[in-house]
Design a binder for this molecule. Structure first.
Ligand code: GDP
Ligand code: MG
Length: 598
């Protein structure tokens, strides 16, 4: 196809503003799907995405659109996730595009991630086309929303398209805007090929599959290609596009987007951001890659059944192909045995990975309380990065502990400013600024310890603002504070996987709350179980799980056979996601209790 007829664009928006639904409508209008195939959020292919109604992986589709001028254009649409944990997916997708459709919910207006995504698009020099969505809602206020886009973002909103991804209103207008305003890709068809790898995943039949955007030259089926980062050569055995179903093709030219299969068996050989070139006549300079994303949240992942350790390793390696933004390394815990310490971009990312491991690889896992990475300065002047509270050096050997600080931007209607400020203060925040975005919307900026943002901050923010506040954040540095390690003991044995680092002033309440919470979570045993919270050797709180009464267990014996089997099955169910620690069974919730404290 003539590159002049290609348009590559992403859809960006704050979460829930309607990206995936709009992508569905675009698929309809371009006739990509038969009526039978038209399911909601077609591009959210993963089970988790469907259940939660969120997009985790960006998806790319190729569409042919016959414009009003009679010309058929080739569109590559890249649907992106909106949650802050998945920024890296957005920024990668954007590098494969020339334009971005900015969807703003006309009943909500500009929100924190609307802005964050626009910045990413502008950084990537994309043409940004704003669109007002959900215009069908009675609460839609297109005039106010248009003013916000002009005032807060600074985009010209003359002739802005008013659309409803629900009813299908305005979809053709959007496609016409894309054709008219998104620049065609500029690539040299005769140059040595250069294609940017912007996604990859593991397919059990094909091995590694890589998604590329061709910048220069042409890739052909059967060609010998080289991955420039490793210098390894492969034969292109298969090429395809999502149209939107996987469809085989024989070549990809400048500006085109498609997937490659090249018998790449090893996980480490594909690197997102790498350049694919010809093995015989290679390009000399690779394309600029991607900024490395750094995991910020760390947790132990252990199989409940130690026999699944190798399966877990294998599953982590494969998932890592699909999502290079999490890291893992072997870890051992006194309480939980052999497992892995994993790093994630945020808590949602952590939940998604755990869920995918369990569903797609059929594993039973225990995830420990998440922690941030601390910079620990020793008395000898050296610095250690500690990602696991259980590995904190002894107090007397440390000079100070520094924790990661996030700059948090909160968008909120002015009526809730007081409540939001109180929440940020309570979380050890330092106010940076407070600006009016419009007459009744305020942008509040705070520096907050990541440890405080992790623990249900977002839920609290939503509840103090009745759901109206939205937030975005980025790492700004590390800062020292009076931090201590809080240990939890079960029947006198410290449970290393439950240790957390907290501010000294909050240690007593956290310890007490945790002990109370654990008392309800740990199942009753034949004997009494003591739960204690301790700072060093000093116990600061204690609760007791009382022993089971005899007649309760008696039910397990005798009785008719079918009831007995049911009981046994119930017991087995209950056993799932539990781990024997010493003589006590600890369920998964215990390890995440720290996240659910009030
Ligand atoms: P995303 O997170 O940006 O991908 O948003 P989704 O496409 O998943 O949409 C979020 C919710 O808004 C879903 O319940 C959609 O059905 C709904 N929605 C999307 N577009 C419209 C619209 O134009 N009008 C109305 N009333 N609802 C919409
Ligand atoms: Mg979506």
């Amino acid at each position: 196809v003539d590159p002049a007829l290609i348009r590559n664009f992403s859809i960006i928006a704050h979460i829930d503003h309607g990206k995936s639904t709009l992508a569905d409508r675009i698929l309809d209008v371009t006739g990509a799907l038969t009526a039978r195939e038209q399911v909601a959020q077609f591009l959210d292919k993963m089970e988790i995405e469907r259940e939660r109604g969120i997009t985790v992986k960006a998806q790319t589709v190729r569409l042919d659109y016959k414009a009003l001028n009679g010309v058929t254009y080739r569109l590559h649409l890249i649907d992106t996730p909106g949650h802050v944990d998945f920024h890296y997916e957005v920024s990668r997708s954007l590098q494969a595009c020339e334009g971005a459709l900015l969807v703003v919910d006309a009943s909500q207006g500009v929100e924190a991630q609307t802005l964050a995504n626009v910045y990413l698009a502008i950084e990537n020099n994309l043409e940004v086309i704003p669109v007002l969505n959900k215009i069908d809602l009675p609460s839609a206020d297109p005039d106010r929303t248009r003013r916000e886009i002009e005032d807060v973002i600074g985009l010209d909103c003359n002739g802005i398209v008013q659309a409803s991804a629900k009813t299908g209103l305005g979809i053709r207008d959007i496609l016409e805007e894309i054709v008219a305003r998104v620049p065609a890709p500029k690539g040299d068809a005769d140059a040595a090929p250069r294609a940017l790898i912007f996604d990859s995943w593991y397919d059990s039949y094909r091995g590694a599959v890589i998604m590329v955007r061709v910048v220069d030259g042409v890739l052909r089926k059967g060609q010998k290609v080289r991955l420039m980062a490793t210098g390894r050569d492969y034969e292109l055995v298969e090429m395809g596009v999502f149209a939107p179903h996987p469809t085989p093709i024989t070549s990809l030219g400048p500006g085109e987007v498609g997937f490659l299969v090249a018998n790449i068996k090893s996980v480490v050989d594909t690197k997102i951001g790498d350049t694919v070139t010809d093995a015989v006549h290679p390009a000399t300079v690779p394309l600029p890659g991607f900024k490395d994303v750094k995991p910020m949240v760390f947790a132990g992942v252990f199989p409940t059944d130690s026999g699944q350790y190798e399966d877990l390793r294998d599953a982590l390696s494969k998932l890592n192909m699909n999502d290079a933004s999490f890291v893992f390394e072997p870890d051992t815990s006194e309480a939980l045995g052999f497992g892995f310490r994993c790093g994630f971009l945020g808590l949602l990312h952590m939940e998604i990975i755990q869920e995918r491991l369990e569903r797609e690889y059929n594993l039973d896992l225990i995830t420990t309380a998440p922690s941030v990475a601390f910079h620990v300065y020793m008395t000898d002047g050296s610095m250690r990065r500690i990602e696991n509270p259980a590995k904190m050096p002894p107090t007397q050997s440390m000079d100070r502990i520094e924790e990661p600080i996030y700059r948090v931007m909160i968008h909120v209607p002015s009526g809730y400013v007081g409540a939001v400020l109180a929440l940020c203060q309570e979380r050890r925040g330092e106010q940076k600024s407070l600006q009016y975005a419009s007459a009744d919307r305020v942008i509040i900026t705070y520096d907050l310890p990541l440890g405080e943002v992790l623990f249900d901050f977002h839920d609290k923010l939503k509840s103090v603002s009745r759901g109206y506040a939205s937030m975005d954040y980025e790492l700004v540095g590390y800062r020292a504070d009076d931090l201590v390690k809080l240990d939890m003991l079960v029947n006198g044995e410290p449970l290393d996987a439950l240790s957390v680092i907290v501010h000294r002033e909050k240690a007593y309440t956290r310890g007490r709350d945790l002990a109370v919470k654990l008392k309800d979570i740990v199942p009753r045993q034949q004997y009494e179980v003591a739960i204690q919270a301790a700072l060093g050797t000093k116990v600061i709180a204690r609760t007791t799980v009382r022993a089971l009464r005899k007649d309760v267990t008696a039910k397990c014996y005798g009785g008719d056979i079918s009831r007995k089997r049911k009981l046994l099955e119930k017991q087995k169910e209950g056993k799932k996601r539990m781990k024997m620690v010493g003589s006590v069974e600890i369920p998964q919730e215990a390890f995440l209790a720290i996240l659910k404290l009030d």
